[in-house]
Every structure is written in C-alpha cells, then in structure tokens.
Write a protein of this length. Structure first.
Length: 507
C-alpha cells in the first residue's frame, strides 16, 4: 500500500522490455521527472495475450486535490515495439473551472530521450459528440476547431506538378512552397513521419515563431531534440495546408541531394531542409512517376510528382484495378505484398499468403477501416504486411529479424555484409553512423503488388535483432523503402486508405 520506491524498481517488465529511464544527459536537458509520492498507492495493469500490447498505471492518493478520494495517476508505462514509453505526472491541482490537471507531465521515450510538458492554462469546452467521436475514414471535413486545407481551382496536371528529384538512396525529394515562398531546398517525402520537420536556419529565414521543445529518436538511435515552429502555409501542387507545425531538425548533411530546386534563392544554399510527412499527404492524392531509363539513353529517366485535389482526382482504369488497402499501425501506413525469397525449390520456406499475426493484430474492417471492407478496392489482396517507409533509402526493403530467420533469407539469398555508413540527423547536427556488422544484405527474388511486381529486390536484415530505431510493429514483416519504387507509378490516396503500384509495362 505504501509505494515508497517500489514503483521504480526493476529493470524489466513482464513483457520483456527494459523499463524506460531518462539518461543523465536528458535529465540535464529536460529536467528530472516529478518525484515519487509517498502514501497510499495502487497499480492497474492491462495486457493482450502474448504481450504485444500492454500498459501499467500507478495511482496515488493526493489529499490536495480532493474529490473521488483524491486518486490521481503518477506514472504510466506503455509497451511499444521500441520498448517501454513512460509518463510521470506531478503538481496536480484543480483549475478555476474545476478541471483536475497535472502541472507537469514528463515523457521518456524507450531510447531514453525525454520531453516535458507544463500546464499554463486549462479551459472547459462544451460537451459535444464531435470532440470525443471515434476516428473516421476519409478526407477531413470542415471543423471549426482548426483550419482545413484549400485547393486550387485548376486541377490539371500542370497545376498539380511539384518540383521533384531523387536523392541518393532513391529518396523522394520535393520542393513545396513555404509561407507563400519557394522552398530554399528539398523536403524528403516520408510516409513513416506523422508531421513536418524543418531546418532551423530555414525557419529563422521565414520568420517562423518557435515554441516548446520535442525529443524523438533518429537514425542509429540518435536523440533528436528541437523546438516547434509554426508556419503560415505549406503548399504543393493543388494543395494548400494552413498553419503547419514543424519540428526543428538539423538535416543539411543527412543525405546528398541534387542541385537546388528551380526558382529557389541561390543564396540559401539548397540541400535537405525539411521532411514532408503524412500530416500533409492525408490531404491529397499523390502520384510518383518514376519510369526506367531508356536503354542506350545518355540522360537519366524523368521523375515527376503530382499532388491532386482528392475530390477532383480521376484514376485511370489500370490504377482502379490496382488499388490495395492501407492498414494503419501507430499512425504509419502498412500494405500487403506477396514475396518470393528465392527460386531454389524450397517452397516450404516461402512466406505464406495467410500471415500468422500475434493476437490483436490488424484486421480489415476494424480500427480505421469501414464496417464493410468488401466494398473497398483492393481489400481482398492477400500477402505479408510491410510498413511503407519512403523516408528510408539505400535498399528496396528491410526484413525483420524474425521474418528473415523464418524464411532463412540470409542463407538463401547469398547474404553479404554491406560496408560504409548510413546518414541521418543527430541531436545537434547531422551525423554519420557506421553500418553495424550485424546488418546483412541479400536479393529477394520478387516483391509483388496488385498492380505489378519487382524482381531481384535488394533487402537488408539485422541478424542480431531489429534495432529500436527501426520501430517495426510486431505485426509487420519489414519495411518497403524508397529505392524499391523505380520503373513504376506509385499512387498514394491515404485519405481513402489505399495505394496503387503500377510497374512499368515492357513492350
């Protein structure tokens, strides 16, 4: 009953993950979490069978708040694929309008980096079903709580075109307009990122006000910390999204980029200046057209990106026949593909179409999907579940350690250890991290979508286990990366939970 220090003891929980603790550096930067209270306490725990999902909440009785015997949460631990995420609350009080709120909320990510949120003001909103309504499928509707995107009246391809290029490793680079001005450099399109990121110097140049601070995990488990920046607008093609919120990240040396976009200020220097995530992509239909190089041609193949108004978008017959359903896990899109690891006759080792998922895995028609999934194009396409990660490059796919072992991928694809370094943003500046010796690369014989297939796909796997920063769901077999999508057209219609992959047809 008297918690004492019992709530913080023990390095591992019953799910086998290390309990998240803030590092010494993070305590100095963000501050220590609220102290452990003394007195009466209680523990509430919940878990799905198999341990894929779990949470623990420590409650304590606070005599200063009153009401309902004064029970308030002190600590909450959430089991995630990366490890345990911990929240610690303190300084509870009742506001002028009677709301019970914590004065400080301290978040520690599984990698040890921390964020602190402090309550400055609390207000009571009128009760409404809209405020607490369940998630819905489709494009956002008008809502007086926030501004909605607007679209240009011209819905032609010329109006929808976005300055675009491919980066080293196959990354998709675009140049949106920021606050009505041409971007001084490139934004990488990242379907695994829920929001926006921006280089601090660019935010300063555009006069974006800074507020707060956020800390996340980047490449090689590097901690990324930065202030939030509020923009006026961000536009690409036919789409204009008002009041975007960016996180500061040092991106300039994260990857090599082509020359600055046409129309940008040459004095700005170009390079990688931002990340465009699903916060933007959910408001439009995106077409990436990446044809193969013409045999014998001395010039590189064209690469075009279009952002269409979803209400005016008319897919071709071939696109309509190739739609596949998107399944969302932790806010990240996942799709199903059929795999052939190798043409070696070992059919018993090939991935089956009916994937055996942990209890509680995603199913069509639950969570974000409609009640009748049979009416959705592509809902009947079977295959293995992979995360769609256009922000990752240098390979066509990343296979989870579990799946690679199950399929004997390394032995069957003549696995090789890659050399060199991989790049990504670090805490204070972009950093280069050497490829770990446990990373092995091979060639998958075929990766097949409803609208076409890719042969001899370069794939990576981590033989010693998936690193935390990979953040793969236990329901997924891996990730599909930007370098896979060459010689094809990729259509992203996230507002309708679908994509289409049309591989180039050979005459």
């Amino acid at each position: 009953k008297d918690r004492g220090k019992g709530g913080r003891k023990g390095g591992r929980n019953k799910f086998g993950d290390a309990v998240s603790r803030a590092s010494v550096r993070e305590v100095k930067r963000a501050g220590a979490p609220p102290p452990i209270p003394s007195g009466d306490g209680a523990l509430v725990a919940v878990a799905c069978r198999g341990g894929s999902v779990g949470a623990r909440v420590w409650l304590h009785r606070d005599a200063n708040v009153g009401g309902d015997d004064g029970w308030v949460p002190h600590r909450c631990e959430l089991a995630t694929p990366e490890g345990v995420e911990a929240w610690v609350f303190g300084e509870w009080s009742r506001s002028d309008v009677g709301l019970l709120v914590p004065g400080v909320s301290h978040q520690t990510h599984p990698a040890g980096n921390s964020c602190v949120y402090r309550t400055k003001r609390a207000a009571r909103a009128s009760s409404s079903n809209k405020i607490f309504s369940q998630p819905y499928e489709g494009y956002p509707t008008d809502d007086d709580r926030w501004p909605v995107p607007t679209y240009s009246l011209d819905d032609t391809e010329a109006a929808a075109a976005v300055p675009a290029a491919r980066g080293e490793g196959g990354h998709v680079l675009v140049a949106p307009r920021l606050n009505g001005q041409a971007s001084p450099g490139w934004f990488v399109l990242d379907t695994s990122c829920a929001g926006f990121a921006i280089e601090p110097s660019v935010a300063d140049r555009l006069g974006m006000p800074a507020f707060g601070e956020l800390s996340v995990v980047g490449v090689s488990a590097a901690a990324l910390s930065g202030a939030m920046r509020r923009g006026t607008t961000i536009s690409a093609g036919c789409v204009n999204v008002p009041a975007p919120v960016y996180m500061e990240q040092s991106l300039a040396a994260a990857l090599r980029t082509p020359p600055p976009p046409v129309g940008s200020d040459p004095s700005a220097g170009g390079g990688l200046v931002g990340v465009l995530g699903t916060d933007f992509l959910q408001h439009c239909v995106v077409e990436l057209r990446a044809p193969r190089r013409v045999p014998g041609s001395p010039t590189a193949p064209s690469f075009d990106v279009f952002c269409f108004n979803p209400a005016e978008y008319e897919p071709s017959d071939r696109t309509s026949a190739a739609w596949q359903r998107v399944e969302w896990i932790q806010g990240v899109p996942h799709v199903r593909v059929k795999l052939t690891v190798a043409d070696d006759g070992l059919t018993g080792l090939e991935p089956s179409l009916e994937q055996t998922l942990p209890r509680g895995g995603p199913h069509a028609g639950t969570g974000a999907g409609p009640e009748n999934p049979s009416n959705i194009h592509g809902s009947g396409w079977e295959g293995r579940l992979f995360r769609l990660s256009l922000g990752a490059g240098g390979a066509g796919a990343i296979v989870s350690a579990r799946a690679a072992k199950e399929w004997k991928m390394v032995e069957r694809t003549v696995g090789l250890q890659p050399g060199g370094v991989m790049s990504g943003p670090g805490e204070e500046r972009s950093r280069l991290a050497r490829v770990e010796p446990e990373v092995v690369t091979g060639r998958l014989r075929r990766v097949e979508f409803a609208g076409g297939s890719f042969d001899t796909v370069r794939a990576l796997t981590h033989t010693s286990g998936d690193p935390p920063d990979l953040a793969l769901s236990p329901h997924a077999d891996g990730a599909l990366c930007a370098d896979l999508f060459r010689g094809c057209t990729l259509v992203l219609d996230f507002g309708r939970n679908r994509i289409a992959v049309l591989t180039q047809q050979v005459d």
